[in-house]
Write a protein that binds this ligand. Structure first.
Ligand SMILES: C[S@@+](CC[C@H](N)C(=O)[O-])C[C@H]1O[C@@H](n2cnc3c(N)ncnc32)[C@H](O)[C@@H]1O
Ligand code: SF4
Length: 454
């Protein structure tokens, strides 16, 4: 009975959180105030290195039903031209004086043209002193590609598995292209032999999942001993993706028992870094760096976002427009958006909830405010939802608080979806009439099966 009551209280609390986050996202991430960047206008280059150079590769062979990341159906000609433009943008950014500590190559499918990926990483290594390269890949690359060629170039590979359950793979459109769960386990084990640090992306919150099937999926994952496991709650977004991913999603109240199943399944061999990322607790210590750890990031490539200081930067989401901008020596960033302090603080709160510790002194040193001054409503909500325990002048998260942190993370993913949806609608700053007709011919080649550029 006690368990039932606390579950219903938590469900009430997280339902109202979903509602508030939807509103907050629509307000603070609206691109109505985005400012176009024209010509070769340059933005101030920071003196200190920016933590991450994010590189986006927007191509996939076929598209998964739940995914709202920026990608189009693969076309070799367009992808080759794209990679060339990308390298030109990277050269320009480095020549302008930007410095980075590490590189994260995300997609889409970054390994879709292995030789182009290799050329791009080799270029970066030859003109920068970055200390780590992370990449995302699908599992089939480790069957069909030559991953040994990435030795010495890629330090960390994040591979999307999502589930080893063939029913889920079929429902999400991944079985046909990446094979059965058993086959994918075999491909992933090849990756683990070659790449120094491997992360496996797993997902839960699908309609046909239960705590038991989630636990089975993770038992299979653990047998492969990856360095890290990311467990994404299926996010349905707040815009158009809602319908597509929503058809696959289970009921919101099913997520809490599945989250508990994730924690229990991983508890013995993995440490929870955030409620959505786990690192193995055996062997060599794992260096933990995730693209979303709140540090500054500069994005290159079509559909990349970047943020440093109080500014958000958006690169053109139209691939022909992006290529055209780079070929005519324009910046890949086509819009900037000022970020208000409230949005930055909300992000900070999500990261603290994720870490499991709200450290008052550290927060004050960083922002000049105490937790209660910065978040009077949020703190009252978190305390009444049983999410925090007081420890001296700090607060630590309870399991309910970890779950609320996870829901905040899902809200963050939904916010990124919302940004992508708006960014696709922003006017293209580059197009003159003749360029528009040239671009249309590439655009026609980049349509998906359904004829929509995603
Ligand atoms: C952009 S994908 C790139 C990885 C690679 N293309 C693949 O699918 O194997 C990165 C990860 O985002 C996660 N993801 C994609 N759509 C999601 C959604 N709607 N909700 C939660 N996670 C999602 C998946 O776990 C996926 O592996
Ligand atoms: S999940 Fe990966 S493979 Fe599937 S559409 Fe998204 S980026 Fe492409």
């Amino acid at each position: 009975m006690k368990n039932y009551l606390s579950n219903s209280r938590l469900n009430l609390a997280t339902n109202s959180l979903d509602w508030v986050m939807g509103h907050t996202i629509k307000q603070s991430l609206s691109l109505k105030d985005a400012v176009p960047l024209d010509g070769i206008q340059q933005l101030a280059v920071p003196e200190k290195p920016i933590e991450t150079l994010y590189i986006h590769i927007p191509f996939c062979h076929t598209l998964c039903r739940f995914c709202s990341f920026h990608k189009i159906k693969f076309n070799e000609g367009v992808a080759k031209t794209y990679f060339k433009a990308l390298r030109q943008e990277i050269r320009t950014v480095i020549a302008q004086g930007y410095r980075f500590n590490r590189v994260y190559i995300g997609g889409g499918t970054t390994t879709i043209l292995e030789d182009e990926l290799i050329k791009t990483i080799e270029l970066i290594k030859s003109i920068t002193t970055i200390r780590e390269v992370s990449c995302e890949s699908d599992p089939i690359y480790f069957k069909e590609g030559n991953p040994h060629l990435l030795k010495g170039l890629v330090d960390r590979m994040s591979i999307g598995v999502q589930s080893f359950d063939d029913k889920i793979l079929k429902a999400s459109g991944r079985f046909e292209k990446f094979g059965s769960g058993l086959q994918q386990a075999e491909y992933v084990s090849r990756a683990i032999e070659v790449i120094p640090t491997v992360n496996l992306d797993m997902m839960y919150g699908f309609k046909m999942q239960t705590p038991e099937t989630v636990a089975n999926d993770l038992a299979q994952t653990i047998r492969l001993s990856p360095d890290q496991i990311t467990t994404y709650p299926l996010t349905v977004g707040i815009g158009q993706n809602r319908k597509k991913a929503g058809c696959l999603a289970g009921q919101p109240e099913e997520l809490w028992p599945q989250f508990l199943a994730v924690k229990e399944a991983l508890a013995e061999r993995y440490i929870m870094e955030f409620p959505w990322t786990f690192s193995r607790n055996f062997g060599q210590p794992v260096e933990n760096k995730y693209v979303l750890d709140g540090e500054d990031c500069f994005g290159v490539g079509s559909g990349a976002f970047g943020r440093f200081g109080e500014q958000f930067r958006i690169s053109s989401f139209d691939i022909p427009d992006y290529i055209e901008r780079i070929q005519s020596n324009q910046t890949g960033t086509s819009y900037t958006k000022p970020l208000d302090n409230k949005a930055l603080l909300q992000h900070h709160l999500m990261m603290m909830m994720g870490h499991g510790l709200l450290d008052n002194a550290q927060f004050k040193a960083h922002t000049g405010k105490t937790l209660w001054q910065a978040f009077p409503l949020e703190m009252s909500y978190l305390i009444s939802a049983g999410a925090l325990n007081k420890q001296g002048s700090n607060y630590v998260t309870t399991p309910a608080g970890q779950f609320i942190g996870l829901k905040m993370f899902s809200g963050f993913l939904a916010g990124m979806d919302f940004l992508r949806e708006q960014a696709r609608e922003l006017p293209l700053s580059m197009k003159s009439d003749s360029e528009a007709s040239a671009n249309n011919s590439i655009a026609n080649e980049t349509k998906t099966d359904s004829g929509i550029i995603v």
